[in-house]
Design a protein around this ligand. Structure first.
Ligand SMILES: Cc1cc2nc3c(=O)[nH]c(=O)nc-3n(C[C@H](O)[C@H](O)[C@H](O)COP(=O)(O)OP(=O)(O)OC[C@H]3O[C@@H](n4cnc5c(N)ncnc54)[C@H](O)[C@@H]3O)c2cc1C
Length: 476
């Protein structure tokens, strides 16, 4: 295998074989970090080739920091990331607040507050990870769909069955197959219940020159340069309209009350006429927005249904050979701003725990420790997403231009976390905690917060009764 000089130094081999199912952000980063940590890696993906659809997401500092081991990606990341400003508007497009960069919060004892937000077009970010993976000699095996996960306690192996009936096994099976993962039967013994949240989104991203060809659209959404990335958020009673653009790409997202046509899928195309039928019902909706919508390439429009799932504490199968990461373990509503970041953190934490375990017979403990290190943090962020879903129903006032929902996401406890050092420092403490019941205090969550299990029904009930959801501890 040829490894180029741009790659990090690899840790000593552990002889732990890892099979990753799904080449999304979680799977690709898990493959890279497992390789760097000395494990043997194989990664499969159901799509026949690399997927180039999707619009944008934010990659938080905890994930950006993880790139530091990978010099080529540090460089590439700075090239492809944009630094967003956000302005709020009424639903007719009239600006309520001036465009503003969003700042990370300086906490009580924090140094090195990140200087900027990194927002990414998913296809570019995905491509960066895929290319880096090729440089370490690992290629995604496309066209391989897992239909079943299994494990064999006595042999200490886990495995999957592919659609064509072939079986592949390894010391660890990483289910990074996204929403609706096939692995929950193996981890939990049942499917996870997902419920419509009542919200759906028409969403797209396409080359900016297509939009700029229309002079009216170009005048309203002028060309931007460098790494600028203005985002406008138009807020109305029935809908929210998000327009984000950079020097090469433009995206719009129309969030609206759910209806049956929407699906929780990142690959099912939708019809522009349906969007225009909806916008025709919105009082004061401006013509320029419809012009932008009409320019959308037909194969680029998704109608994504936002679903809710209660937090699932267990991501590991009973014999400890299968582990879920990313959306397969925990889904987020878009307002949590954390889907990709937490997927990244999972990947780093898992690869580190397997290195700490060091050998194949310790794998089940490594997976359980990883799960324990991550679950409470992830669950807190899922809760924040639900709270924030309510937070964008009105444009902020002139006196307080950053809505509370946005400030929550910039908190120190979120950006300061380093999943690699956290796993290194806490691995043995959690092992002791799990084996002998010793104490363990999470320190990757809001300071002072005492975690207790919660459900979506509980939070919705509080929303309905007009009560504030109680957030004990320092969440901001
Ligand atoms: C095509 C696509 C576009 C997206 N666009 C956006 C976006 O614009 N904005 C946003 O916020 N989020 C988007 N997401 C979701 C976002 O990437 C995730 O929420 C987040 O990054 C967590 O990543 P993940 O790797 O856990 O899941 P995902 O990114 O969903 O990746 C899961 C991968 O597993 C593969 N897979 C699924 N089932 C199987 C199987 N049975 N066997 C083998 N492989 C399987 C999928 O094809 C996919 O490549 C998109 C996801 C996809 C797949």
């Amino acid at each position: 295998m040829t490894v180029t000089t741009d790659c990090p130094k690899r840790c000593p081999a552990t002889d732990i074989s890892v099979l990753i199912v799904g080449a999304g952000v979680a799977g690709l980063m898990a493959a890279l970090e497992c390789w760097r940590n000395g494990h043997e890696v194989r990664i499969i993906e159901r799509s026949p080739e690399q997927v180039t659809t999707g619009d944008s997401f934010t990659i938080g500092p905890s994930a950006i920091r993880a790139l530091n081991h990978w010099p080529k990606m540090v460089e590439e990341n700075e090239k492809i990331a944009h630094n967003p400003t956000i302005s709020f508007h009424s639903v007719n497009g009239t600006r309520a607040t001036a465009p503003k960069h969003i700042d990370y919060t300086q906490g009580q004892d924090s140094k090195n507050v990140p200087e900027r937000v990194h927002r990414h077009w998913r296809p570019q970010y995905h491509d960066m990870l895929s290319k880096q993976l090729s440089t370490v000699g690992i290629n995604v095996e496309y066209g391989h769909k897992a239909v079943e996960y299994f494990e064999d306690g006595p042999t200490g192996r886990g495995g999957i069955v592919l659609e064509n009936g072939d079986r592949i096994d390894a010391d660890v099976i990483v289910a990074a197959d996204g929403i609706g993962s096939r692995s929950t039967r193996a981890t939990m013994g049942r499917e996870i219940q997902a419920r419509p949240s009542g919200e759906a989104m028409y969403r797209t991203a396409f080359p900016v020159e297509i939009a700029m060809a229309d002079p009216v659209v170009r005048e309203r959404f002028p060309v931007v340069e460098g790494n600028e990335g203005p985002i406008e958020l138009w807020i109305g009673e029935q809908v929210r309209f998000y327009i984000g653009r950079t020097a090469d790409t433009i995206s719009w997202i129309l969030s609206h009350k759910d209806h049956a046509d929407a699906t929780e899928s990142w690959s099912q195309n939708s019809d522009l006429e349906e969007v225009l039928k909806l916008t025709a019902t919105i009082p004061d909706w401006p013509e320029v927005a419809d012009r932008l919508i009409r320019l959308t390439p037909k194969d680029r429009l998704l109608h994504f249904r936002v679903m809710w799932r209660d937090p699932q504490p267990s991501w590991v199968s009973p014999a400890g050979r299968i582990v879920q990461i990313g959306d397969a373990a925990h889904t987020y509503v878009p307002e949590s701003g954390n889907g990709a970041t937490q997927a990244f953190e999972d990947a780093v934490s898992l690869a580190t725990c397997l290195r700490m375990a060091g050998k194949t017979n310790e794998v089940p403990w490594a997976l359980k420790i990883h799960n324990r290190l991550r679950f409470v943090r992830v669950s807190c962020l899922q809760k924040l997403g639900l709270i924030n879903q309510k937070g964008y129903s009105r444009a902020p006032s002139k006196s307080d231009q950053t809505p509370k929902a946005l400030r929550y996401l910039m908190a120190e406890w979120i950006w300061r976390h380093n999943p690699e050092t956290y796993a290194e420092e806490n691995y043995n403490k959690v092992l002791h905690h799990l084996q002998q019941g010793g104490p363990f205090q999470d320190t990757n969550i809001p300071r002072g917060h005492v975690y207790r299990d919660w459900t979506i029904d509980e939070i919705l009930g509080q929303h309905e009764r007009g009560e504030e959801v109680e957030l004990d501890g320092d969440w901001m």
